[in-house]
Design a protein around this ligand. Structure first.
Ligand SMILES: NC(=O)c1ccc[n+]([C@@H]2O[C@H](COP(=O)([O-])OP(=O)(O)OC[C@H]3O[C@@H](n4cnc5c(N)ncnc54)[C@H](OP(=O)(O)O)[C@@H]3O)[C@@H](O)[C@H]2O)c1
Length: 257
């Protein structure tokens, strides 16, 4: 039986990932801060799917608690890491306070990076494994989402693409999942009214679509994007950049005055 470790499994997208991987026969390691929710989900999944479910109560913005999860990942038996735990921070960059931004970067950027780093050596050694990183469509259109949330999600996309290029040849699959607005608690926690947002996806639909992409080994899965040609065009534009950029400044930056 393979094992999946899912962060932010106590609610929303992470809880649905836990249900889906349990239904596929995976053993689970669930991570979040809410003990009670993790206990309830572990009991539900153990009873419904007869899989073993462990949980780790950890605040991933706390470096000691993050280290506990990294330690579990480095034990060598994790086949799938779902880097899902995350939060939103609404409002403009101008009005954002330093503590909130620091926590957001710790949760949305630092934690998934260090967790992937902890699990990767054993995956490379085995020549198999998967890392799923939750990004967001706002990373492709940051002009519609003020503040640094979209930048943290851009990191997840770039991180996934770079890591994929690095480890695909070693048998490790990396997927970036880019949801648009999805019906979870994240909005309310951030102080937003979900009823004011058009085109909200149901969380079961989001995860089921993301898993279609996972099974196809897509590098980037954007569940709400109907026209995949838009994404292909963006990727083709990226691919025209030569890998050997460097040397002299481009002619337009040479001051001849
Ligand atoms: N929902 C959307 O519209 C949407 C759109 C694009 C991308 N995403 C991304 O999808 C991912 C999941 O979001 P969601 O909508 O499912 O959010 P959610 O319903 O608010 O769930 C977030 C999960 O992360 C956990 N979490 C939050 N802070 C944590 C911390 N400091 N340490 C450990 N765990 C923590 C929460 O559990 P505890 O509170 O128990 O710790 C919960 O299990 C996030 O990365 C988010 O950015 C969501």
């Amino acid at each position: 039986m393979p094992t999946a470790l899912i962060t932010g499994a106590s609610a929303g997208i992470g809880a649905v990932y836990a249900r889906r991987f349990a239904s596929r026969g995976y053993k689970l390691v669930l991570v979040a801060r809410s003990l009670e929710k993790l206990e309830d989900l572990a009991a539900e999944l153990g009873a419904a799917y007869a899989v073993s479910v462990e949980y780790i109560v950890a605040d991933l913005t706390n470096s000691d608690q993050l280290q506990t999860v990294s330690q579990r990942l480095s034990e060598g038996d994790i086949d799938v890491l779902v880097n899902n735990a995350g939060a939103a921070l609404l409002g403009t960059f101008e009005e954002a306070d330093a503590t909130s931004m620091e926590r957001l970067v710790a949760l949305n950027v630092t934690a998934p990076t260090l967790l992937a780093s902890a699990v990767l050596p054993s995956m490379v050694k085995r020549g198999s494994g998967a890392i799923v990183n939750l990004g967001s469509v706002v990373s492709l259109m940051p002009q519609y989402f003020p503040g640094i949330y979209s930048a943290t999600k851009s990191y997840m996309l770039t991180f996934s693409q770079g890591l994929s290029a690095e480890v695909a040849g070693k048998g490790v699959y990396v997927q970036a999942v880019l949801p648009a607005a999805t019906r979870t608690e994240i909005w309310e926690k951030a102080g937003a009214d979900l009823s004011q947002i058009p085109n909200v996806m149901e969380v079961d639909d989001l995860v089921d679509a993301a898993l279609v992409g996972f099974d196809r080994r897509e590098a980037v899965t954007i569940p709400p994007l109907a026209d995949v040609g838009l994404w292909d065009t963006l990727e083709q534009a990226r691919a025209v950049f030569p890998s050997g950029l460097g040397g002299s400044p481009a002619a337009r930056y040479i001051n001849h005055s």
